[in-house]
Design a binder for this molecule. Structure first.
Ligand code: FES
Ligand code: FES
Length: 157
């Protein structure tokens, strides 16, 4: 299989991956960089479990061809907490508000929420629901997730 070299910024650090040209960003993150926070749920762009942020936009990394990552800035759930390990306010809000049950959807939910709050720090409920409309959760019924994002935004205060 033909390999390519792809360089990008990953969670703040410049990196280069030597991977088969057909790999997706999700496969590269999980198998080359061993960052397994982004999950493969459906593999076809329908569940959002694989969501990461590329140049400020939440994307389904299972559909993202890794050659397109060249030169981009990519953030995964592993890059969301502070350097000293302190949780990001969105992570704290999910924990405090029971936004996590089995956890399979959680990294994708948090990345979609982060992309929203980075662009719009004071979203309304519609904005929040739209931002996670591509993220499926089989456990929570979404109420605690929406409330978690509202809490992180300070919108409930
Ligand atoms: S695994 Fe990517 S959208 Fe489901
Ligand atoms: S917490 Fe289980 S799928 Fe969302």
């Amino acid at each position: 299989m033909k390999k390519i070299s792809v360089s990008f910024i990953l969670n703040g650090d410049p990196v280069t991956a030597e991977v088969p040209v057909t790999w997706t960003l999700l496969k590269t993150l999980r198998e080359y960089f061993e960052l397994t926070g982004a999950k493969e749920g459906c593999g076809v762009g329908e569940c959002g479990a694989c969501t990461v942020i590329v140049d400020g936009q939440a994307v389904n990394s299972c559909l993202y061809p890794v050659p397109e990552a060249e030169g981009k800035t990519i953030t995964t759930i592993e890059g969301v907490a502070a350097q000293d390990g302190a949780l990001h306010p969105i992570q704290k809000a999910f924990l405090e508000n029971n936004g996590v049950q089995c956890g399979f959807c959680t990294s994708g939910m948090i990345m979609s929420a982060k992309a929203l709050l980075d662009e719009n720090p004071a979203p309304n409920e519609d904005d929040i629901r739209k931002s996670i409309s591509g993220n499926f959760c089989r456990c929570t019924g979404y109420v605690q997730i929406v409330e978690s994002i509202e809490m992180a935004a300070g919108a409930d205060k």
